[in-house]
Design a protein around this ligand. Structure first.
Ligand code: SAM
Length: 281
């Protein structure tokens, strides 16, 4: 069944007697080309193991299985989760987890699919209301995942992949850079979904690497970056004044070769790390 074809998707939904739910961000892909490009961006090859979040009716799942990938699919919706088994009746290549992707264990089902030492890819047309918490959960798992390949709201995709100095650069960008190398893959128009949402989308790849600071520094580092971006228009020395004396911030900025009057969007991840290290020496 080619579920990305609007007529087949409608038949599938009518057959189950259900309608897409807004509360679960159910906007389903109805463009086979976008599915192919998503899979190509993740360079999926036969034998890959993939975690898919929110498979819904299963158009992307079906295409992943057709490439020879093994898939752990995590779906919260009862009806779709129950219907997914039809894509692999033997269960050899597909494990469906019925639950919340923010909470469920994925290690055991990956083992059951035969995962050994190889790294896994996460591929998903994400439920957009959960984009940030889902990324925050999976981006830290660099020993499990080689990369996260996700469809997100276009505006969020631009913020995820922004570079220092631009207006889309934010604490989200710094957070993602800390754990990964983000790459904007391609734009996806709103007409590629049923029902069509009010916003366009984009596919973004996050190639995971180990975090750039030791575990014990991570939470204080992100307190610094979040505080810095709370007031984008303010200079760092004043937005950070609740954490560090302004003269100290200015001195460290000078030490690392930066202008002491800088605003947060002008510092790259490496420069934020140098600032943090200088302030905590
Ligand atoms: N992959 C399908 C596609 O591309 O057509 C559906 C994508 S749709 C944007 C998001 C999917 O995520 C829906 O199937 C929805 O039920 C599911 N979902 C929503 N919240 C979830 C959660 N917390 N955990 C797992 N799946 C969730």
């Amino acid at each position: 069944m080619a579920l990305y074809k609007p007529t087949e998707l409608r038949e599938f939904l009518d057959g189950l007697g259900i309608h897409p739910k807004k509360s679960l961000s159910q906007n389903f892909l109805i463009d086979g080309n976008i599915i192919r490009r998503t899979i190509a961006s993740a360079e999926v090859v036969a034998g890959d193991i993939v975690v898919e979040i929110g498979p819904g009716p299963g158009a992307l799942t079906e295409a992943l299985l057709a490439c020879g990938a093994k898939v752990v699919a995590v779906e919260k919706d009862d009806t779709y989760a129950a219907a997914l088994g039809r894509l692999d009746p033997t269960g050899e290549n597909l494990r469906v987890i019925h639950g919340d992707a923010l909470e469920v264990d994925i290690i055991e089902p990956l083992r059951a699919l035969g995962k050994g030492d190889q790294k896994v890819k996460l591929i998903a047309n994400l439920p957009y209301h959960l984009t940030t918490p889902l990324l925050a959960r999976f981006i830290k798992m660099n020993s499990l995942f080689s990369g996260l390949y996700v469809m997100v709201q276009e505006e969020v995709g631009r913020r995820m992949t922004a570079v220092a100095g631009g207006e889309d650069y934010s604490s989200l960008t710094v957070f993602l850079d800390f754990y990964s190398t983000p790459k904007y893959c391609f734009f996806v128009g709103r007409k590629c979904f049923f029902p069509s949402p009010k916003v366009d989308s984009a596919v973004v790849a996050l190639l995971l690497h180990p975090p750039v600071l030791e575990e014990e520094s991570v939470s204080n580092f992100f307190i610094l970056t979040r505080t810095a971006f709370e007031h984008r228009r303010k200079m760092l020395r004043s937005s950070l004044k609740g954490l560090y004396p302004p003269e100290r911030t200015m001195a460290v900025l000078e030490e690392i070769g930066k202008d002491p009057q800088l605003r947060p969007e002008q510092l790259s991840l490496d420069e934020f790390v140098a600032l943090y290290q200088g302030l905590n020496r």
